[in-house]
Design a protein around this ligand. Structure first.
Ligand code: FE2
Ligand code: FE2
Length: 422
């Protein structure tokens, strides 16, 4: 079963972090911007006031240096820690620095700044040691809206203001956290419930698919002299051999489907050949061989049944290349088909048919082992020989119903125990 609980908690936690950072960061940034806007507005207003009151001074800066210095000095009493006045040629004509902030003034000077020509004032925020300052440059205009000089002001953003912003940030982060947590608590059971429904639904779907596979398998068994129990037994043998060969769950699921459907193509073989009680002649055998291609064709109708394809398409290939349809050799034959070939022949030998008694285990294994390397993969034959005794004892002693129950247990384990992954 997918650990839906862990996945949900992980994803919701990640979402929480992302949302908190986004909202918290956004609020902080907006807060700082609002302060900037306020200070820039203030600087513009001051500049406008200054321009209006002192246009004659600004127009003849050389003659009025002393007076302009006093004007600059006046501003320090209000909000600024540095004030500079420039003429229209960008030459500094007056400057006032608050005595407590000379160091800051030095630092800012090194940064330089530009002189805005448009309506929007130039501004920049600096973080210097513990302090944050805002530098604003505003053009000064005369009554004809022509630039007569520039006003530069530096504000100190009060540490308390920054502190307040940071506090707001913490509060907003905590609020977001709480909100997302609450939402999570509400969403979590809803998602769990939906997931349970989906799991239930896909189990039913899977059950339907498995039933379809069994129905198809037994439909052909009804025509052939085999019974469905042959399909069940070869599926059990195939799974056990696959386990002994170290196959993972997914290929074992495909092998089970292959065991059910291996001869599904026989549905298209005429009765005269399929049910002929005597040996087939060359032409009849050629027709019989078509059951492989017919089977592949039938599987194409369903993506789910296609998983059986390796077995259906290659179960009559032989390890030495003398099999059909393709005459594949050795490991070119898919592993599932190499496994299946052994157990299919083994079950045919050891089971009772209308025309023959079951062959004893020893004799059957002598035939299988005698064909290792020619018909069968010798490594797999060795693996099979190692497990066959108790396995055959268990299966051959079981009634048809018990065989079916054994297979049900394997289907449950491989298709359902890990959740409906198939
Ligand atoms: Fe076959
Ligand atoms: Fe078979």
């Amino acid at each position: 079963m997918l650990d839906i609980h862990r996945i949900l908690v992980q994803r919701l936690t990640l979402s929480w972090l992302a949302i908190s950072l986004l909202i918290g960061g956004g609020l902080y940034w907006r807060g700082i911007e609002r302060i900037d806007d306020r200070l820039v507005e203030l600087a513009s207003a001051e500049a406008a006031r200054l321009a209006a009151a002192h246009i004659p001074l600004l127009k003849a800066p050389e003659a009025n240096r002393q007076r302009l210095s006093e004007v600059a000095q006046d501003f320090l009493r209000e909000h600024f820690i540095v004030v500079e006045l420039y003429d229209r040629g960008h030459n500094l004509i007056a400057e006032a620095v608050h005595p407590d902030f000379e160091a800051i003034e030095e630092r800012i000077k090194r940064q330089g700044h530009s002189f805005p020509q448009e309506e929007t004032p130039y501004y920049e925020r600096f973080s210097l040691e513990q302090q944050t300052v805002l530098l604003v440059v505003v053009p000064l205009r005369d009554e004809r809206r022509e630039i007569v000089g520039y006003f530069e002001g530096v504000f100190l953003i009060e540490p308390e203001v920054l502190q307040r912003l940071q506090d707001e940030l913490v509060v907003s982060l905590l609020t977001t956290l709480a909100t997302v947590l609450l939402t999570t608590l509400v969403i979590y059971p809803v998602v769990r419930g939906l997931h349970r429904d989906v799991v239930k639904f896909s189990r039913e779907l899977l059950k339907g698919n498995i039933e379809l596979m069994e129905v198809l398998g037994s439909a052909i068994a009804k025509r052939d002299s085999d019974t469905s129990v042959h399909n069940y037994r070869v599926a059990i043998y195939a799974v056990r051999l696959a386990e002994a060969a170290g196959l993972a769950a997914a290929p074992i699921r495909d092998l089970i489907a292959g065991a059910f459907l291996h001869d599904v193509g026989k549905i298209g073989i005429p009765d005269a050949i399929l049910l002929k009680p005597a040996r087939l002649d060359e032409d009849e055998f050629a027709i019989m061989r078509r059951h492989v291609a017919l089977g592949v064709d039938i599987l194409k109708k369903s993506a789910w049944l296609e998983r059986a394809r390796d077995v259906v398409e290659f179960h009559h290939e032989k390890f030495d290349g003398s099999g059909y349809l393709k005459g594949l050799k050795g490991e070119a034959i898919p592993l599932a088909a190499r496994i299946f070939a052994i157990v299919d022949v083994f079950d045919a030998l050891t089971s009772q048919r209308p025309y023959k008694a079951p062959m004893p285990l020893k004799e059957a294994m002598a035939i299988i082992e005698g064909s290792a390397g020619t018909h069968f993969d010798p490594v797999l034959v060795e693996r099979f020989a190692a497990i066959v005794e108790p396995l055959y004892a268990e299966v051959s002693r079981a009634s048809d119903a018990e065989v079916e129950a054994l297979l049900r247990a394997l289907i449950e384990r491989y298709f359902f125990a890990d959740g409906p992954t198939a």
